[in-house]
Design a protein. Structure first.
Ligand code: FAD
Ligand code: SF4
Length: 512
């Protein structure tokens, strides 16, 4: 064997740089289902099943294409349980001249890869992952010398570089960003498209049985399992999104509705992150939907911004700042993550809906992640590392490069404002405005203090009050601090007491 080509679970594309440079006659692909990866956080069982099934389908596709693939299943008795152990075993068995592997999505795995050369006794070449539109080096260049990193400016550069939604040097429609039009509350009477569902085939069934067997008490429902597990299926799902949901994607991007876990979101992040879809191709198709008049600009611009803006930006931050980024805790938050993040057992209807849906689908849309579960953890002062591990575990799309900056930076402000300019903190009124959760809630969003008050509102003021020293200089919060200061002392006291009572209940493990 000339080269050994390990392919990881989030590298499932024939366009992978290490495969593009490979030769079918003399190279050997290695794919590994290893227990270290399935257990280092308690992953949702649907996430494990999705990735293993997508890997097995991809291996079959590669073989049909003429590649030789060594595939190690999770239940193989010889399986050592780690990438490093499996690469060493394959090197001993096949004696390749070199190992060629594509750059991983996680700092921890990169460290392991760097040790392979010594451990496996074979030269290892780590090839840059060009599935991203902005390389790590380009991001570092962009960030160099800037006092503040802001996604919006990065995004404009990416628009210019890709030419997406550009009219010459100008943005289509004369503006870069149409977010101001994207804050409609959803109406339960709207027609709601459903993401495409795929019946599990025999390969997926085998995986589901194995996961059920090996992770009996694991978090999350395994069935119904309807995720796409091949590139063809993922493309079908994305085409259906373009056709049915994209036109309304912008309008209802920030909306939440009871019983509607997906609204007009694409529900493609697991596919995109695993390598089943290509980001630039997706954006070109979305742009074509605008150019043909099928979808309005506010929708298409919003969608493209998430992918060439946010997605690339958080990856840039991750590689620029790891490993110290992971340890940050700018607000000194140290409360344990409440149990209801796992059980959904809470009287807060919005949180219960987000957690229960997460258990069922391994999916929640962005506003649920940011403004419900993320917001609550931020207001309650939960240790950001525990919050990070929760998000990494429970979502099918969670890989550390994308999850960590979103959680630690955007949602928990634990990076002190590197990623976002202000904390995404909000009281109950925000959730009430954007959703219909409050109508069915045991708490009253109208009640601000005392028994039965929506916990978000007093906790919001408690958060601002306790972090005043740190946040008072933030221009975007000055109006809010003025509102707080104008309240009479008794009102302020009532807010703080109510919030403290909720925090005490959480600490005592009592139901909130
Ligand atoms: P849509 O709303 O339809 O958006 C389209 C695509 O844009 C997504 O598929 C995704 O690829 C991309 N996108 C949108 N927002 C972001 C963002 N902030 N960062 C990166 N890409 C984005 N996304 C992940 O892919 N993996 C994660 O582990 C993850 N963890 C998150 C944790 C927190 C606390 C928060 C606030 C957000 C997180 N996100 C994560 C971002 C975002 O919530 C998801 O990408 C989105 O909900 C996926 O659903 P969708 O495909 O329906 O997205
Ligand atoms: Fe959530 Fe408060 Fe509304 Fe209940 S009242 S659903 S806790 S925002």
């Amino acid at each position: 064997v000339r080269r050994l080509l390990p392919v990881l679970a989030d590298q499932l594309t024939r366009q992978l740089p290490s495969l593009r440079g490979g030769r079918k006659d003399s190279d050997r692909i290695l794919m590994m289902e290893v227990s270290e990866e399935t257990t280092y956080v308690p992953h949702h069982r649907k996430k494990i099943a999705f990735l293993l099934s997508a890997m097995r389908h991809f291996a079959a596709e590669l073989r049909a294409d003429g590649w030789q693939v060594d595939y190690v299943t999770l239940d193989d008795p010889q399986n050592t349980g780690s990438f490093s152990g499996e690469v060493k075993r394959a090197c001993d068995r096949l004696e390749p001249e070199e190992v060629h592997v594509t750059f991983p999505g996680e700092w921890r795995v990169l460290q392991a890869m760097r040790a392979w050369e010594v451990e496996a006794g074979c030269p290892v070449v780590i090839i840059e992952d060009d599935r991203f539109l902005c390389s790590r080096a380009e991001f570092a260049d962009w960030a160099e010398g800037r006092k503040q990193l802001r996604m919006e400016y990065f995004y404009r550069d990416m628009r210019r570089r890709t030419g997406l939604l550009m009219e010459g040097d100008e943005p289509a429609g004369g503006r870069w960003n149409f977010d101001a039009e994207n804050r409609k509350a959803a109406d339960p009477d709207l027609f709601m498209p459903r993401p495409s569902r795929f019946e599990p085939d025999a390969v997926t069934r085998d995986v589901l049985d194995m996961v059920a067997d090996r992770f009996p008490g694991g978090f999350g429902d395994l069935e119904p399992f309807w995720f796409a597990v091949t590139r063809d299926q993922a493309e079908t799902a994305f085409e259906a999104f373009l056709d049915k949901a994209l036109p309304s994607f912008g309008d209802y991007q920030d909306a939440m509705l009871q019983g509607q876990p997906f609204l007009y979101h694409a529900v493609v992040s697991p596919y995109l992150n695993a390598g089943l879809l290509d980001p630039l191709e997706m954006c070109r198709k979305a742009e074509a939907a605008y150019r043909s008049g099928h979808a309005p600009l506010n929708a298409v611009e919003g969608f493209i911004r998430q992918i060439i803006g946010w997605r690339e930006y958080v990856r840039g931050i991750y590689w620029l700042k790891m490993p110290e980024y992971r340890e940050r805790n700018a607000l000194g938050a140290n409360r344990n993550l409440p149990d209801f993040y796992w059980s959904g057992e809470t009287d807060m209807a919005c949180v219960a809906a987000a957690v229960r849906q997460t258990r069922r689908e391994a999916y929640a849309h962005h506003i649920q992640r940011l403004m419900v579960t993320g917001n609550f953890a931020l207001l309650a002062g939960v240790d950001p590392h525990q919050v990070h591990e929760w998000y990494l575990a429970v979502y099918a799309d969670a890989f550390e490069w994308v999850e960590l900056p979103n959680t630690l930076g955007m949602s928990q402000f634990a990076d002190g404002g590197l990623l976002g300019s202000k904390p995404y903190a909000a009281g109950g009124n925000y959730i009430h405005r954007q959703s219909d959760y409050c109508t069915g809630c045991a708490y009253s969003v109208k009640r601000k203090t005392g028994e039965g008050a929506c916990p978000f509102t007093p906790l919001y003021w408690h958060f601002l009050d306790r972090h005043r020293e740190r946040l008072k200089g933030n221009m975007r919060l000055s109006q809010i601090y003025r509102t707080w200061d104008r309240m009479d002392a008794a009102t302020r006291e009532a807010y703080l007491e109510t919030a403290q009572a909720y925090l005490d209940r959480i600490d005592a493990g009592r139901r909130v």
